[in-house]
Design a protein around this ligand. Sequence first.
Ligand code: HPA
Length: 266
Amino acid sequence: MEDTIKFIEEKIGTFRPEIAVILGSGLGELADEYSDIAIPYSDIPHFIKSTVQGHKGRLVFACIGGKNVVMMQGRNHFYEGHTMQEITYPVKVMKKLGVKTVILTNAAGAVNETFVPSDLMLIKDHINFMGANPLVGPNDPELGERFPDMTEIYKKDLIALAKDCAKNLGLELKEGVYFANSGPSYETPSEIHMARLLGADAVGMSTVPEAIVANYCGMNVLGISCISNAASAHDGEKLSHEEVIDTTNKAKEKFKKLVVKIIQSL
Ligand code: HPA
């Protein structure tokens, strides 16, 4: 951690981010538009390179709407073969850099049948079905407790603020429970049926590990899913990563507007 922080501090000087945004599949453009300092993950000690199409793999620092922000343009996933601890390391780095609020974003499949592709969903809670937890292993009491509370990971006041921002922009927002599978295979129709029975509204392969670690470290979390495919895709039509990227590309303008407005209002 000391190596990582020292390296980043050499690049950013006195800049200190207060907000972090992790940009999901197809949603990385925000970090192209606002980029004061960009560091490829491959240059940062102990960071892992991003291997997924649609994920660039850079840590980007910028001032957006008067707020100092660090963005992850692309994230690492459990399905790439990294451990839960490895993929959540950047969240701990953000905490050390002084970040207070983390906005987690992703592309997700609809489980709720009223959702349609390119809808944006605020995450009100999650179900960790990944079969692993990022806090397994020795605990660092300086970061958080051994048995951390998870009753309000996605802070209600941040959800209210995001709704206000959407209203000001004339954007419709959904709200729901995000169900995380490990991937990389998409779900079978029966798995989607199960997720629906368990109370899920959207399904994806990310976000939950970072949300657990951010909450554990005492950071406030807001989660936004971009619905990239309909539930029906799981019940007949075939689903591909290209479709996911295509849809997030279509939704990215409203997504960017919303995230910028939220950052300004924080
Ligand atoms: N399932 C899991 N992950 C996803 C999906 C999906 O349908 N769409 C985008 N990411």
